[in-house]
Design a protein around this ligand. Sequence first.
Ligand code: TXA
Ligand code: MG
Length: 322
Amino acid sequence: FDQIKMTQSDDIILGASPGNIASAAAMIRDGKRVAFSTETVYGLGADATNDEAIAGIFEAKGRPSFNPLIVHFINTAQVANVVDFSETATVLGEAFWPGALTLVLKRKIDCPVSLLASAGLETLAVRVPSHPLAHEFLKQARAPVAAPSANRSGQISPTTAEHVFESLGDKVDAILDGGPCAVGLESTIIDLSCDTPTLLRPGGIAREEIEAVIGPLEVSDGSDDAPRSPGMLSRHYAPSIPIRLNADKANDGEAFLAFGVGTDAADVNLSQSGNLVEAAANLFAMLRMLDQTKYNGIAVMKIPDSGLGIAINDRLERAATS
Ligand code: TXA
Ligand code: MG
């Protein structure tokens, strides 16, 4: 039995050879999921510009809600293509990138990164990792790679390829093994999208080091576990028009957001075939699109409360009550 398990992990865990890096990068371009080592913790990566691949990450992690993801780049120039790169960001990037710092910045209007990676927010969390294997992998993927820590939701972050295999072995197409993580702690997250730079999550780079460069940071408070899961804060996107859940049809003036077959009259369908991964991939873009039309509300069909449906419903309930 041990031998069977060994063989399986050998198939999935790829050593850091040029051939393995090339095939892992090709998997990313194919919309697959590849876990990879960074200097902080292992990430569960997918092409950040591919909505369905991003939905697949949430499914694999078993996240009960759509927490926004950190997107990884090879250098500052690539980052500045997709977000508004402020002066403070430039200073922090020069001081700490590549490295264990994540910056939250405003998305550019034409930002090609999936809205699902931002969980619908106007902002994006970005990072340039320093691990040479991560760098080479990102370079060959030729796309920004969104990656949360490569553990199932609620478990601790993995710092070896074996940890990833134990937690997500059946949910990834490959695990790029760069050895044990040198930092072993997630990146420090600084929000630069608000007036005062705000520490959202303490991590691999100490607050004092950052304050030595840009001065005092505000510290995120508010909700109970704000520092650890800023994605749960109320700053999540909600449409400006009311959302009505579990609707059978639209009332006068409402848009109808459908799910599943037999709803041809629907204004918009999250997934005609009733596929929750497809629905997740479409959710934020469709809400945003309907928000920009003439409708005065959005009626949403019932979404099954299983698998990714749990995260979709969590998001819809938040949007409906805000
Ligand atoms: O070291 C790390 O940061 C690792 C490696 C893989 O890069 N990644 C990581 O990702 O720890 P994750 O998903 O486990 O944690 C990301 C955190 C979440 O708490 C999320 O809420 C926050 O980043 N986040 C992501 N985008 C955000 C945004 N636009 N605004 C505020 N918080 C954001
Ligand atoms: Mg995590």
